[in-house]
Ligand binder design. Structure first.
Ligand code: ATP
Ligand code: MG
Length: 568
C-alpha cells in the first residue's frame, strides 16, 4: 500500500478527551475516530488490525471445532423476555420499537438467540456436542463509556456457545475453548492471566476471565505466585486477618466527634487505629436501601455485596438526602445501632471488640461497641475487597494484586438458558433431557486496546507482527532523491512479491515527519533507503529494539522476510 493514498490522519497533538495511552495512540495514529460517546469509526489502519485479530480468533475457533455463523444485531424481544434478561440488563440494553410497535433490542450478547437457533434447527441427540460462534457487533449502553474502544457502547465480540448432553461433555467443550483462548491471546502477543471469575448476571456454575495485566485495567485481580491461584476481586475469597483489638469489658458510650466524617479524621481525632473502627455505608439496591459494614481499614466489594443482596441493578451509594433521612444525621455518621434497614456485616467485623461506629447523629459516634451485644447483623458474609498481602485462600502465602483488562470470559452456563427457553433433546431411550450449555466471549475490539497498552513507548505503538496493520514499512529518507525513491520502490515490490504486508511511505514529506509517523503507527520492521543507497546500503530497523543496522538491499529484504516469519 502506498502511504500517499492511505487515509491515515495522524495527529501531533494529544487529544484531550483521551485518558489512557491506547486511546490516545489510536486517535493519534489515525486508527479510529469518535462519532459519539463510546461509538467509533475504524479508519483503514484500525480496521486492518481489527481484521487481523478477527482472523486469528476465527482460525483458532475453527481449529477447536467450533462452527461460525452470523446473527443479526437487531433482535426481537421475546427470547430475552423468556430468559428474564429483558429486565436484568436494565438501562444498559438499547431497546427500540418497529413501526408496528413490536419490541426489539440491539443485542448485548446472544445466549438466548443461539439457544433458540438450536431449538429450531437441531433435531437429534446425535448432533451434539456442538459449539457455534460468531464475530459480531454488540451494543451496550454502558454507564461510563470511556477509554476509547476499551469500554465502548458498540463493540465487536466473538461469542461462542457450546451445547452438550452431559456435564462431562460441557467440561470438554469448555476446555477446548480455554485452550483456544490461550492460543489466541498468545498469538496476539498479550501477557495474560487467567482468573476465577464471578458468574454474575449470566448465571451458571464456573467461569474464568482472561485478563491483560495493565495499570489502566478496570478489574482488580488477586494472584498468588506461590501456588498459582488467581481470581478477580469479586470472586477472591477474603481470609480474615485479625488486628489488635481493645480488650476488656466496657460499656458502650456515645462520644462527641465534631466534623470527623471520615476514618482518617476519626483516627486523628480519637488517636485510635483505623482497624478499631467499623464503617457503615448506605446503598440503594434496586428500590430498597441497605447498609453494609466493614472494618475501617477495608473497602466494600460492591459486586460481592450485590450478589448477596440479590438485586438486579448495580448498587449505588445512597444520595446524601436519603442518608440524612435514614440516619437523622449528616453523611459520615451512619452506624448500625437503631438503623432501620438491613445491615450486611463483613465477617472480619465479627472478630472486632470495643470498636467505634457512627451514632446516626451528626458529630456523634459510639465507642466500645460489640456485635451481638449492642447490635445484630442481618447478614454476615465476606463483602470486602481483597488487599495486597492478604492471605491466599488456597495456600496461605501472601496475595498480590494488580489491575487487569478483561479480554475474554468463559462460562459453564449449565441449563439456565436451555431451561428458560426449553432446549431439550430425546436421548437414545427416547427420554427428554435438557441440553447443557457454555458460553465464551472475546472482546475483539477491546483486544486492540489491550495489545497497545502492553506494547508502546514514548514514540508510539510497537505492534506485534500478528496484529500490526502492516508488517513492514519502506521509505526513502529524501523523497526528492530519485535513487533513493527508486530503491525504496524496488524493495517494496520485492517484499510484496514475497507475501509481506508492506507499506511504502512515498509521501512528499520531510524525513523527520516520516520517521515520526513510522514510529507512531508502530509498523514492526522498516527499511530506509538513505544516503548510502549509492553504495547499495540501506538501514534496517525493528520498531521494538530501535537499533538501526546498515546492510545491503538484499540482506535487508531477507532479514525482513525472516523477521516476519519468525514473529508471526
Ligand atoms: P466488563 O466487566 O468489562 O463490563 P463483561 O463481563 O460485562 O465486561 P462479557 O459479557 O463477559 O463482558 O463480554 C465478553 C467480552 O466482551 C468481555 O470479556 C470484554 O472483552 C468484551 N466487552 C464487554 N463489554 C465491552 C465494552 N463495553 N466495550 C468493549 N468490549 C467489551
Ligand atoms: Mg465478563
Amino acid at each position: 500500500m502506498k502511504m500517499s493514498k492511505l487515509l491515515m490522519p495522524t495527529l501531533r497533538e494529544v487529544p484531550s478527551e483521551a485518558e489512557i495511552t491506547s486511546h490516545r495512540l489510536m486517535l493519534r495514529a489515525g486508527m479510529i475516530r469518535k462519532l459519539a460517546a463510546g461509538i467509533y469509526s475504524y479508519l483503514p489502519l484500525g480496521l486492518r488490525s481489527l481484521h487481523k485479530i478477527e482472523a486469528i480468533v476465527r482460525e483458532e475457533m475453527d481449529k477447536a471445532g467450533a462452527q461460525e455463523l452470523l446473527m443479526s444485531a437487531l433482535l426481537p424481544a421475546e427470547a430475552y423476555q423468556a430468559s428474564g434478561r429483558w429486565e436484568v440488563f436494565g438501562p444498559s440494553m438499547f431497546k427500540l420499537k418497529d413501526r408496528n410497535d413490536r419490541d426489539f433490542c440491539l443485542g448485548p450478547t446472544h445466549e438466548e438467540l443461539f439457544t433458540q437457533t438450536v431449538i429450531d434447527n437441531v433435531k437429534s441427540y446425535k448432533e451434539y456436542p456442538m459449539t457455534l460462534y460468531q464475530i459480531q457487533t454488540k451494543y451496550r449502553d454502558e454507564g461510563r463509556p470511556r477509554f476509547g474502544v476499551m469500554r465502548s457502547r458498540e463493540f465487536i465480540m466473538k461469542d461462542a456457545y457450546s451445547f452438550d448432553t452431559s456435564r462431562e461433555g460441557l467440561d470438554k467443550s469448555y476446555q477446548a475453548m480455554y485452550e483456544a483462548y490461550c492460543r489466541i491471546f498468545t498469538r496476539l502477543g498479550l501477557d495474560f492471566t487467567i482468573v476465577d471469575a464471578d458468574s454474575g448476571a449470566m448465571g451458571g456454575s464456573g467461569s474464568q476471565e482472561f485478563m491483560v495485566k495493565s495499570p489502566v485495567g478496570e478489574d482488580g485481580i488477586a494472584y498468588c505466585d506461590a501456588c498459582g491461584y488467581a481470581a478477580n476481586y469479586e470472586k477472591c475469597e477474603c481470609i480474615v486477618s485479625e488486628k489488635p483489638q481493645i480488650e476488656g469489658d466496657f460499656e458502650m458510650e456515645k462520644i462527641h466527634t465534631p466534623k470527623a466524617h471520615t476514618i482518617e479524621e476519626l483516627v486523628d481525632f480519637l488517636g485510635m487505629e483505623s482497624y478499631n473502627f467499623a464503617k457503615t455505608i448506605i446503598y440503594k439496591a434496586d428500590d430498597k436501601y441497605i447498609a453494609a459494614m466493614v472494618r475501617g481499614d477495608r473497602e466494600i466489594n460492591e459486586v460481592k455485596l450485590k450478589n448477596l443482596v440479590g438485586c438486579t441493578d448495580d448498587l449505588e451509594l445512597a444520595e446524601p438526602h436519603i442518608v440524612r433521612e435514614l440516619t437523622n444525621a449528616e453523611v459520615g455518621f451512619a452506624g448500625p445501632i437503631g438503623l432501620d434497614i438491613p445491615v450486611y456485616v463483613d465477617k472480619e467485623v465479627t472478630f472486632m471488640k470495643n470498636f467505634v461506629v457512627g451514632a446516626n447523629e451528626t458529630d456523634m459516634h459510639y465507642k466500645n461497641v460489640n456485635l451481638g451485644r449492642d447490635f445484630e447483623a442481618d447478614h454476615i458474609a465476606d463483602i470486602r475487597i481483597v488487599e495486597e498481602g492478604d492471605v491466599c485462600p488456597k495456600c496461605g502465602q501472601p496475595i498480590k494484586t494488580a489491575q487487569g483488562i478483561e479480554v475474554g470470559h468463559i462460562f459453564k452456563l449449565g441449563t439456565k438458558y436451555s431451561d428458560a427457553l426449553g432446549l431439550k433433546y430425546l436421548d437414545e431411550n427416547g427420554k427428554s433431557q435438557t441440553v447443557i450449555m457454555g458460553c465464551y466471549g472475546i472482546g475483539v475490539t477491546r483486544c486492540i486496546a489491550g495489545v497497545i497498552e502492553q506494547n508502546y513507548d514514548e514514540n508510539g505503538i510497537v505492534w506485534p507482527v500478528s496484529c500490526a496493520p502492516y508488517e513492514a514499512l519502506v521509505l526513502a529518507a529524501n523523497y526528492k532523491n530519485e535513487e533513493q525513491t527508486k530503491a525504496a520502490e524496488q524493495i517494496y515490490n520485492k517484499l510484496k512479491e514475497s507475501g509481506i504486508d508492506v507499506l511504502i511511505d512515498d509521501r512528499s514529506e520531510r524525513t523527520g515527519v516520516k520517521f515520526k509517523d513510522a514510529d507512531l503507527i508502530g509498523i514492526p520492521v522498516r527499511i530506509t533507503a538513505g544516503k548510502k543507497i549509492s553504495e547499495g546500503i540501506v538501514e534496517y530497523k525493528e520498531r521494538r529494539n530501535g537499533e538501526v543496522i546498515e546492510m545491503s538491499v538484499d540482506e535487508a529484504v531477507e532479514k525482513v522476510i525472516k523477521f516476519i516469519k519468525d514473529n508471526k
